[in-house]
Design a protein around this ligand. Structure first.
Ligand code: BG6
Length: 474
């Protein structure tokens, strides 16, 4: 009983939230670099305010982040010390192709990730690589409109070919796009495109989504061709939608919310546009333009496994119900009166993880991988400089218990668990540094000051024990 022997315990990060060094090693500028902290962030990440370069009025937290570009050896050593079996990380596209449409990759960027993988190998940590964690070269956005353009498929595949070939000996587990459903909520940060005045935004989003879905299927095929041992997963922001009441209108609205999220995985896993999407998108006149052969590409190249982030469930009331709202990953939903909330107002719902695992497994019958789960909180060092983050341990313990029940009692096939994030880093949603998730504290403060020194929080030793006992001691 319990987790399988080779269960992949670890942690997850994204290049733009931890690396920094954005002007080093010949790297080009990306969408994720120019998302400012502060009041304008939301308009920029949602594609309603164009920002394609840095200006002097804003602060851009990705520029330095936690400077993992220079600290990766130390950081991976600490992951090794915790006993990680897997490290989920992403590639900054612009380190490999600074503009995105060059014919040859940038050797300095390739060499950097090779060093990262070598370091992982030292500690027997297997990398799980997200090919694009929201990353898109600014040049491709300015010249082609980012994922609005079908040309992106070729640029993305060129990147994939280089990665699959160069890192054949280091990496066998890949994710094509982080939280692909983010395209519907924060399209500039999530998929590198902005809106034009007065256009049909839904049409643009679903067309861009189609390009990513075709690219994902072709990348899956390519990964299998280059190395038959490669396993490719999709990744979406999960969290089941609960009806606010048993009023059929609330139940219906919750179903619609789930379908909006599952839409992407339905295609990536089952290989075709689900009937509900075909009907609804056609009715609204926003069904994407497809090319001959797209349907076959999707049909023939489903993913090998399904990964997701889980931070919270959602509670959905029919429109016009006037329910109080709560924050959450991706979007707000009705405030669930039965739950507690994080300092950022996100619901805390461990049983929701078990519910989500069951729903996703029932729907797709493929191995699952939880690749993000964690608590963003303010950490204050005590008089000895130690962070006693019992609140984080409690959060993780309850979620791991729930996933254990899903495996042991419900029979869900689960490959692994990577917490978000093993080390403090920049928040994607808010750009804040003070929203910390790590087992490892980074001395970097909200105003940018700090030594960048790393130190172990109380949760560090706790997670080390969880891994050493394969989840038996929580
Ligand atoms: C997911 C993203 O949305 O949630 C991560 O994949 C992100 O990039 C994480 O950091 C937590 O969200 P936030 O807004 O607290 O950073």
């Amino acid at each position: 009983m319990g987790f399988q022997k080779n269960f992949l315990w670890g942690g997850a990060t994204a290049a733009n939230q931890c690396e920094g060094g954005i002007f080093e090693g010949g790297r080009g500028l990306a969408n994720v670099d120019v998302c400012p902290a502060g009041a304008d962030r939301n308009a920029v990440i949602t594609g309603h305010r164009k920002m394609f370069e840095m200006d002097s009025e804003h602060v851009y937290p990705a520029a330095e982040a936690i400077d993992m570009y220079h600290h990766f050896r130390e950081d991976i050593r600490l992951f090794g010390e915790m006993g990680f079996k897997v490290y989920r990380m992403s590639i900054a596209w612009t380190r490999i192709f600074p503009n995105g449409d060059e014919s040859e990759p940038n050797e300095a960027g390739l060499a950097f990730y090779e060093e990262v993988f070598k370091e992982c190998r030292k500690y027997r940590i297997q990398p799980l690589v997200t090919i694009s964690h929201f990353d898109c070269p600014i040049y491709l956005i300015e010249k082609y409109g980012g994922w609005r353009s079908r040309k992106m498929i070729d640029f993305y595949l060129k990147l994939c070919r280089v990665l699959f070939t160069r890192y054949r000996d280091y990496v066998t587990h890949w994710l094509t796009f982080n939280e692909i459903n983010m395209i519907l909520h924060a399209p500039f940060m999530g998929a590198g495109f902005c809106f034009k005045e007065g256009e049909n935004e839904e049409q643009v989003k679903y067309q861009a989504a189609h390009h990513e879905l075709v690219a994902s299927a072709l990348a899956t095929r390519l990964a299998h061709e280059i190395n038959p041992d490669n396993k490719v997963g999709c990744m979406f922001a999960a969290g089941s939608a609960y009806p606010y009441t048993c009023r059929p209108e609330d139940v219906w609205e919750a179903l619609l919310t789930d379908q909006e999220n599952y839409f992407f995985v339905d295609i990536q896993s089952r290989g075709y546009y689900p009937a509900y999407a075909v009907k609804r998108l056609q009715k609204k006149g926003v069904f994407p333009v497809m090319e001959t052969g797209d349907k076959e590409i999707l049909r023939q190249n489903p993913v090998d496994f399904i990964s997701f982030s889980y931070y919270n469930s959602r509670c959905i009331a029919a429109p016009g119900s006037g329910q109080e709202e709560a924050e959450g990953n991706l979007f707000k939903s009705a405030k669930n009166p039965y739950l507690k909330f994080s300092e950022w107002g996100w619901p805390i719902d461990p049983l929701g993880l078990r519910i989500t695992l069951n729903e996703v497994y029932d729907r797709y019958q493929k191995p699952l991988f939880i690749v993000e789960n964690g608590l963003g909180a303010i950490d204050t060092p005590d008089e000895n400089g130690v962070i006693n983050d019992d609140y984080r341990i409690d959060y993780l313990r309850e979620h791991i218990r729930a996933m254990k029940a899903a495996v042991e009692e419900d029979g869900v096939e689960l490959m692994g668990y990577t917490s978000w994030a093993p080390i403090d880093l920049i928040s994607a949603g808010s750009g804040e540094m003070k929203k910390r998730y790590g087992f490892i504290y980074v001395d970097k403060q909200e105003d940018g000051s700090g030594t960048l020194a790393r130190s172990r929080k109380k949760s560090f030793t706790w997670y080390q024990r969880v891994i050493a006992t394969n989840g038996e001691e929580l």
